[in-house]
Design a protein around this ligand. Structure first.
Ligand SMILES: NC(=O)c1ccc[n+]([C@@H]2O[C@H](COP(=O)([O-])OP(=O)(O)OC[C@H]3O[C@@H](n4cnc5c(N)ncnc54)[C@H](OP(=O)(O)O)[C@@H]3O)[C@@H](O)[C@H]2O)c1
Length: 255
């Protein structure tokens, strides 16, 4: 089986879906040569499992990256660039995210701004700063067809941000989270359109309702099952799925 991508960068790798993506990527038959597992506090107590994994697998490089902090993003670009030497970055997974259940009575400006900063501003900044490495990867690829092995951006969205399905599936207002994921979906559509000429794919993925700190123990889906599905979906992405909103099983979600 061809590798999903030679190089992958994942934000929010300290725990949850991000950590499981790293865990499964090192175990696939043809693993990436470089897995840049980024987290905002690499020396913190939450990152122990990631460091243990990195000790066993030299392809994992743990890098500090706080998504809404532009100087942190720039510093990460420089570390990634020095590891890749003259090569580009194939796959950027904007996974880091924060949740907020605030409703119209409880919502505060600061919380709205903070959630938007992480869930929307962060992914845009990441792509802006990593764009030259993504473009380089796309140019190096011998094929025309868009794919994660060529160059791709994956935005970890949520069905909660779907205008059509969000409130039906989740009858809570959740203003900061819902609106940030709806905005992230627009980011996906804009980037897919703007970057297709550069050979870069961009897709929004809903991971399902997953048992993580964010999803809670009530979630029906294990993180292992969600990530197995996501990796299968990523392996099949092509030009026709760029600019799409898919779930962890590859089904289209209405915007
Ligand atoms: N779990 C679900 O049911 C579900 C459903 C739909 C969508 N999603 C989406 O899937 C993604 C991952 O969710 P999850 O369930 O794995 O969440 P999680 O268990 O709460 O983990 C969130 C991750 O994001 C990181 N993060 C938060 N703010 C950050 C920042 N400013 N800079 C860098 N990293 C930051 C956290 O780092 P720290 O450890 O440092 O806090 C952590 O690694 C999110 O985008 C989420 O919205 C999840």
């Amino acid at each position: 089986m061809a590798p999903l991508a030679l190089s992958v960068l994942i934000t929010g790798s300290s725990r949850g879906i991000g950590l499981e993506l790293v865990r499964q990527l090192v175990e696939v038959t043809n693993p990436p040569e470089h897995i840049f597992a980024t987290c905002r506090d690499p020396d913190g107590p939450r990152v122990k499992a990631l460091h243990e994994l990195a000790k066993k697998h030299p392809s994992i490089c743990v890098i500090k990256l706080e998504v809404e902090n532009q100087s942190s993003v720039k510093a990460a670009v420089s570390v990634v660039g020095s590891h890749l030497k003259d090569k580009g970055l194939n796959l950027l997974i904007n996974n880091a995210g924060v949740h907020s259940m605030a409703n119209l009575e409880t919502v505060e400006q600061q919380e709205l701004l903070s959630v938007f900063n992480t869930n929307v501003v962060g992914p845009i900044l990441l792509v802006k700063e990593f764009l030259s490495l993504l473009k380089k990867a796309a140019k190096e690829s011998p094929t025309q067809e868009l794919s994660c092995s060529k160059a791709a951006i994956i935005n970890m969205s949520s069905i909660a941000g779907s205008l059509e399905r969000g409130l039906k599936d989740w009858p809570f207002s959740m203003y900061p989270y819902r609106t940030s994921k709806a905005a992230l979906n627009m980011v996906t559509v804009c980037m897919a359109e703007e970057l297709k000429g550069d050979g870069i794919l961009c897709t929004s993925i809903h991971p399902g309702w997953v048992k993580t700190d964010m999803g809670t123990e009530q979630a029906p889906l294990t993180v292992q099952c969600s990530v197995e599905g996501i990796l299968k979906v990523l392996a099949k992405l092509s030009s026709s799925s760029s600019g799409a909103f898919l779930d962890w099983e590859g089904k289209n979600i209405p915007w």
